[in-house]
Design a protein around this ligand. Structure first.
Ligand code: KIV
Length: 285
């Protein structure tokens, strides 16, 4: 029987030699797939905004939206650690709001929360952690800062940016983060961060020198056909497979091939005879 992955178990994987595996999921079927595939961490990411809810960015998402998806992921009781992403404006308006919103995700079923930003989040991270809610940090290309960054661009490409990123990671680790996502940063910078901090780094578009890797469920499975960034490796083409399957069913319906006799329920013979015999159609038959 598989065992539940805990926050201390994730922390202990630093420099263990076996990279952590994290994947996003947003509902119960996704959680079961991640569980059965044996990943370590399920991130109920605010990427749900674009992958599932049809928004252009993550900024429309509320804490109640996130709690709804965290609850759906947690309901099948998956073994991987469930981390709930704190949406924009759920931790920017003060420490008390941040702790209360983190608690909403824990009550929905998350064992930890994730939030974006570096040294400026020190106080918020420390307050959430001191409320006994483990916090995962997120640095580099932080999608909630899309307007500040001027688009979804690789970060920390110059000396100042790289040094700031390392300082931010140190600040997050000191404030109490148990792991840090590094998104959209050069591999050498991710390596430096990974070697500097004593908590695991989990990379996405950050090269191979992290303590783990994360991908978005829909990207990894090809559940959508948008052009994906170069760091995405597709392991299936589920959008194409699903489209062919629905089209094949539609063709069967239109051609009268669906449902077949074996796919239909039948009355007991005697009931059928009495029923049809008592109707005008039956009497005329
Ligand atoms: O929301 C998300 O899916 C994420 C990952 C890309 C790390 O934050």
């Amino acid at each position: 029987m598989a065992t539940k992955v805990t926050v201390p178990a994730v922390r202990a994987r630093k420099r263990s030699g076996t990279p952590l595996v994290m994947v996003t999921a947003y509902d119960a079927p996704g959680a079961k797939i991640a569980n059965d595939a044996g990943v370590d961490i399920i991130l109920v990411g605010d990427s749900v905004a674009s992958t599932v809810l049809g928004y252009d960015d993550t900024l429309q998402l509320t804490i109640d939206d996130m709690a709804h998806h965290v609850a759906a992921v947690a309901r099948p009781r998956p073994d991987p650690l469930v981390v709930g992403d704190m949406p924009w404006m759920s931790y920017h308006t003060g420490v008390a709001d941040a702790v209360g919103n983190a608690a909403k995700l824990v009550r929905a079923g998350a064992a930890a929360v994730k939030l974006e930003g570096g040294a400026k989040r020190r106080e918020v991270v420390a307050a959430i952690a001191s409320a006994e809610i483990p916090v995962m940090g997120h640095l580099g290309l932080t999608p909630q800062s899309v307007h500040t960054m001027g688009g979804y661009k690789v970060q920390a490409k110059n000396l100042d940016g790289a040094r700031t990123l390392v300082d931010d990671a140190v600040a997050l680790a000191e404030a109490g983060c148990f792991a840090i996502v590094l998104e959209g940063v050069p591999d050498a910078v991710a390596r430096l961060v990974t070697e500097t901090v004593e908590v695991p780094t989990i990379g996405i578009g950050a090269g191979p020198y992290c303590d783990g890797q994360v991908l978005v469920f829909h990207d990894l499975l090809g559940l959508e056909d948008r052009v994906v960034p170069k760091f995405v490796r597709r392991y299936a083409s589920l959008k194409a497979d699903a489209t062919s399957a629905v089209a094949a069913w539609a063709a069967d319906v239109r051609a009268g091939r669906f449902p077949a006799d074996s796919e239909s329920y039948h009355l007991p013979e005697e009931v059928g005879r009495l029923l049809l015999g008592s109707t005008a159609a039956g009497a005329g038959a």
